[in-house]
Ligand binder design. Structure first.
Ligand SMILES: *[C@@H]1O[C@H](CO)[C@@H](O)[C@H](O)[C@H]1NC(C)=O
Ligand SMILES: *[C@@H]1O[C@H](CO)[C@@H](O)[C@H](O)[C@H]1NC(C)=O
Ligand SMILES: *[C@@H]1O[C@H](CO)[C@@H](O)[C@H](O)[C@H]1NC(C)=O
Length: 675
């Protein structure tokens, strides 16, 4: 039985508890979630209804949200759509009509102004030539559509952007109509203080004695293949009669590019993509081969091929110098950007070559469904080659891929997850051994993808920059009229991610100003091809692993790669031990090492302009996306700290009083002794 006074004290307490528990919905302070369920969720067209084909990604407004460039079906009308975070959809921005049929778009900061310009590749005088124009950006006003800058013509093999001379300005590499098979560089000579400055000067001295009849289409890439965090050049050459070969040119900074390896590609090779498939810290190749391709772009008897980059392994301990009898045997974890010029790719399909794996696409499907792969998008003129689109959808640190499969008249995109090898998994041998296996996810969570029957292209992107890798599906419109479908990746993964973007150092990495100084903006959108990331991280068992990621390695034939690099880190209970960021600078230190980077963040790296010669330094900025819960976590934290402070203070007072008593007792004692 309670005393009346106690009962009175309990009442407000009970009232408080009931008010907290009963009307929860009324006082729940968080907005309702936009997407429900652990699945891939259909997010619709997000403002891109109508006649659209997304041809490129880029952050045109510099607000760190991904915008898109869309091309109408006339292949001439280009529209920029800007992402609006508040309304969660794309809003129409600048629109203009190009003078000829557009074949590809490369966004890039060609004029080094801190804003993305648009390089438009269009049909030339005949089908063997490409006419290129640059639409210069005007801060806050879209593009200078009245005066596009004409660029020297190339052959129909699309030139690729790269930084050939270490000044972080975008040059181009390709062939000219009258240059034969000699590689030509469109060297960037833009001078913003000159009126009518030319943009490029075509030279052939960077690739000496080169002979490569670049294939059309090709899978040329700017990616680090010898592990020194400096982007090299990968070329696909046409050898005639349907045979193709590859060449790898190593970047030797001021000594130019040196041909390191060449070899032939298997017959029927389609597009090649690059990623660190087995997470050993080196860039591997993954590509499809098909015996034949129908006129509608469907390949038959297609195989997926993976060629692993054979390179120095990672040393097990940080204290290991990596040298044995004067020979380097491994790469120390705190010196990941050590070059290994004896790297190699072995594309020989033989049982004793474990650096090459090849398996039929049908083995990706557990249910034995006979599916064929869509390798060309024939709804575009000229048709677009469809590569395997790589991205770490489940954040486990191993890239997964998206591909479109054809079955009858259906064209359905599928997501294949990279898995540990086990018996019966595609990519592993009959005993279940191998580096990585693959499996197409076919559970009910994949419905949003499986419902699509008219896909013509797929890509990974991070919608609204929320830290999950989402999916864009481009469609012919035959199914329900819509040409674009966004799919939110709403699975819960117990793993971390990191998003990184290395900028080109324009505006000396502070604020940029327009020509007359009236506009001010940040150069946040100006990603460029060739930056490289390498990191080491511990898994929950304490094993260290290294991984490598390239920034924008491919931009041709609607490669639709995002300007930022998104990578999964797997499960870890620590910071990223070392994150190496390499650029194409010709400075002695073309990379930096960042220690203790916080996972689930976005890192922006701003290299010094002019390679640091003018006194600039590297800058790095780290952004965390504030969650909805942050204010409440802060309030709880502050309340907790106040309560702890009160307890500490009370205990402190008690202690002080006891000390005082003790002191008095002792002084009493001494007094007695003294007597
Ligand atoms: C850019 O043009 C201005 C004016 O013509 C000239 O004075 C300057 O030297 C040029 N800069 C470079 C790097 O060529
Ligand atoms: C390439 O050739 C040019 C002219 O023939 C020469 O000046 C240059 O030094 C050569 N570069 C290399 C890396 O051999
Ligand atoms: C600066 O140039 C822009 C157009 O580029 C113009 O609209 C603006 O009025 C100019 N401002 C000044 C102060 O001249």
């Amino acid at each position: 039985m309670l005393h009346s006074s106690t009962r009175w004290k309990l009442l407000p307490c009970l009232y408080l508890i009931s008010s907290l528990t009963l009307p929860t919905t009324a006082i729940w302070p968080f907005p309702e979630k936009r997407f429900h369920g652990t699945a891939l969720v259909d997010a619709g067209t997000l403002g891109l209804a109508g006649d659209q084909r997304i041809v490129a990604f880029g952050d045109f407004s510099g607000d760190q949200f991904l915008d898109v460039v869309s091309l109408a079906s006339d292949q001439q009308t280009l529209t920029i759509y800007h992402w609006n975070h508040e309304d969660f959809e794309y809003k129409e921005g600048a629109q203009f009509k190009h003078s000829s049929k557009v074949s590809n778009i490369v966004p890039g900061d060609f004029t080094y102004s801190g804003k993305l310009d648009l390089l438009v590749m269009g049909q030339g005088r005949n089908s063997k030539e490409i006419d290129m124009y640059l639409y210069q950006s005007i801060p806050n006003k879209g593009f200078d559509t009245a005066n596009p800058i004409h660029v020297q013509t190339s052959t129909s093999s699309q030139p690729i952007p790269l930084d050939v001379n270490g000044d972080l300005r975008i040059d181009l590499l390709g062939l000219t109509p009258d240059g034969g098979s000699k590689l030509q560089v469109w060297k960037n000579i833009w001078n913003s203080s000159r009126i009518d400055s030319p943009l490029f000067d075509v030279q052939s001295s960077y690739f000496n004695d080169s002979h490569c009849q670049i294939a059309n289409p090709h899978s040329n890439a700017v990616v680090d293949l010898n592990g020194d965090c400096l982007a090299d050049v990968f070329l696909v050459c046409d050898e005639g009669r349907g045979q193709k070969s590859f060449q790898i040119w190593l970047n030797k900074k001021s000594q130019g590019f040196v041909l390191a390896t060449q070899g032939s590609l298997p017959s029927g090779t389609q597009s090649i993509s690059f990623a660190d498939i087995d997470r050993d810290g080196t860039m591997d190749m993954i590509f499809t081969t098909c015996k034949s391709v129908s006129s509608s772009g469907v390949g038959s008897e297609c195989y997926i091929n993976i060629a692993y980059n054979q390179q120095l392994p990672l040393c097990p301990y940080t204290t290991d110098s990596g040298m044995k009898n004067g020979v380097r045997v491994c790469r120390p974890p705190n010196d990941l950007c050590t070059a290994d010029d004896s790297f190699q790719f072995n594309l020989l399909d033989s049982p004793d070559n474990n650096a090459f794996v090849r398996f039929p696409v049908s083995s990706l499907f557990r249910d034995g469904h006979k599916q064929s792969l869509l390798v060309w998008d024939t709804s575009f003129d000229p048709p677009i080659p469809l590569s395997l689109r790589l991205g770490d959808a489940n954040l486990d640190g191993f890239p997964d891929f998206l591909a479109i499969f054809a079955s009858g008249n259906d064209r359905t995109p599928y997501l294949a997850y990279s898995k540990h090898c086990a018996s019966g998994v595609a990519g592993c041998d009959s005993k279940g051994r191998g580096r990585r296996g693959w499996e197409v996810a076919a559970n009910s969570g994949m419905k949003a993808l499986a419902n699509v029957k008219d896909a013509r292209g797929v890509a990974f992107l991070d919608m609204d920059e929320d830290g999950t890798l989402d999916i864009l599906v481009q469609r012919t419109g035959l199914q329900d009229g819509s040409k674009v479908l966004f799919i939110q990746n709403n699975f819960y993964y117990d793993a971390f991610f990191l998003k990184a973007i290395a900028l080109n150092g324009a505006c000396d990495s502070g604020w940029c100003y327009s020509a007359n100084g009236s506009e001010r903006y940040h150069p946040f959108g100006v990603s460029y091809s060739g930056a490289t990331y390498k990191y080491t991280v511990f898994d929950t068992l304490g094993h260290r692993s290294a991984a490598q990621i390239g920034q924008l390695p491919q931009t041709s034939y609607h490669a639709l790669q995002t300007p930022y690099s998104f990578f999964g880190l797997g499960r870890t209970n620590n910071y990223i031990e070392n994150l190496f960021v390499g650029t194409t600078l010709h400075a002695p230190e073309h990379y930096i090492n960042m220690e203790g980077v916080i996972p689930n963040s976005r890192v922006v790296i701003l290299p010094p302009a002019d390679g640091g010669e003018s006194g600039g330094t590297w800058k790095r900025e780290l952004f965390l996306r504030p969650g909805d819960w942050i204010p409440w976590v802060t309030v709880t934290c502050v309340i907790g700290m106040v309560i702890l402070a009160i307890i500490v203070f009370v205990l402190h007072l008690n202690e002080k009083r006891e000390d005082e008593l003790e002191r008095r007792r002792i002084s009493h004692h001494i007094n007695f002794d003294a007597l």
